[in-house]
Design a protein around this ligand. Sequence first.
Ligand code: 4AD
Ligand code: MG
Length: 456
Amino acid sequence: MKHIDIKKLFDEKPIGKSVTVCGWVRTCRDSKNMAFIELNDGTCLKHMQVVIDKSKVAAYENCMALGSALKVEGELVNAASGNGVEINAATLTLLGGCPNDYPLQKKRHTMEFLRTIPHLRVRTNTFNAMLRVRSVLSDAIHRYFQQNNYVYVHTPIITGSDCEGAGEVFTVTTREWDAKAKTKEEYYKDDFFGKKAGLTVSGQLEGEMAAMAMGKIYTFGPTFRAENSNTTRHAAEFWQIEPEVAFAELSDIIEIAEELIKFIIRAVLDECPDEIAFFDERFEKGLTQKLRNVVESEFKVLDYTEAIDILKKSKKEFVYPVEWGCDLQTEHERYITEEVFNKPVFVINYPKDIKAFYMKQNPDGKTVAATDLLVPGIGEIIGCSEREVDMDKLVAAMKQRNIKVEEYEYYLALRKFGACPHSGFGLGLERILLYVTGLGNIRDVQLFSRTVGDLK
Ligand code: 4AD
Ligand code: MG
């Protein structure tokens, strides 16, 4: 179907030309001699106004229902009001009508209601803007790494290991239920892979293997966690960006993380001004300024021990009490980043017992060379560390966590053959999207969200 993107018409403004556009009716208005339709084709947030002279355009009434798919041909003219453009319709073709039980009516719907119609909510301005920001953010992430000599690797989605060791792996099986097997091993022996398999929680372990040859790699793909936390920030399926860098220590990887975050936020500010203005108006007042500040500020680096001191001295009533050794809860993270520093904060050197087995142990014997990047409004968006390369320390850390060492043979071999200091991190795409859009719930930054008890 020969037609032109509505975005292109707004950008290039070929006034006086006959143009054809296709899209869905967003609003319509019928007056005495004229009718008006606002058409959106998804290429931009703006709608194209179609002006209909009723005496000239046949059967326009059939094309007025909200949600209908239309083809419009006509002359592009300067808009009667404002400095935009509009189309004086010559012909309208109804491609697909839309009866009046269409769930998206003219009023503003709640996000909760929209979650019940994931197949249609993409047709709202909010999802139009969110999906475009998600796309531009993803592209900027690739650009940052490609421009800096990283290799994009695709780590497996089906794995036999649990990178985070947190027992949140979704099992992958082709076996029907069979109660005859006496042990789990016996049951999975006859399964597809001859052993238990699951969906990856992180591409890090395989990413480290690639980095030990390619130097600088990143992954960008879906990861899965059967995390039973019904929060606004946890999804069972989410996208992670995981760079892994050889010859990098914790301070080096922190610099990379900060540079990446600033690069991608700058890209969104430059490339999605309409979308950010929309979110600023509708969801988070001051969003644009917040993002500009992030690009221009220097992120804070704060030792975990200092963070605990700050929290203890805060006199705030936290639900989870604070003691050295405790994991930081979202309430603690938000206090530090929102109320104390009001900017992104890297908390470094966490107690080793609350962190994953692969993190490099510090000389103090108590902490690891790890950091979480916390941002106002969200909490953690990045989990990061230098990796343990001392075989003995690594094996001991695994045993302490009851991890089956024999299942990590390849991973451990990296410590034997040409090991070197290396570091990496995982950035949650949905978490950074929440931060950049001001949307408040992870369920609203995915096309289809997968969260506990909810699979639409
Ligand atoms: O801190 P995490 O668990 O770190 C890792 O998985 C490391 N293997 C990363 C690495 O070093 N290569 O997760 C990394 C990030 C978190 O900071 C968060 O942004 C996101 O992934 N994340 C989630 N996002 C949405 N829903 C969940 N359930 C998430 N769990 C983690
Ligand atoms: Mg983490």
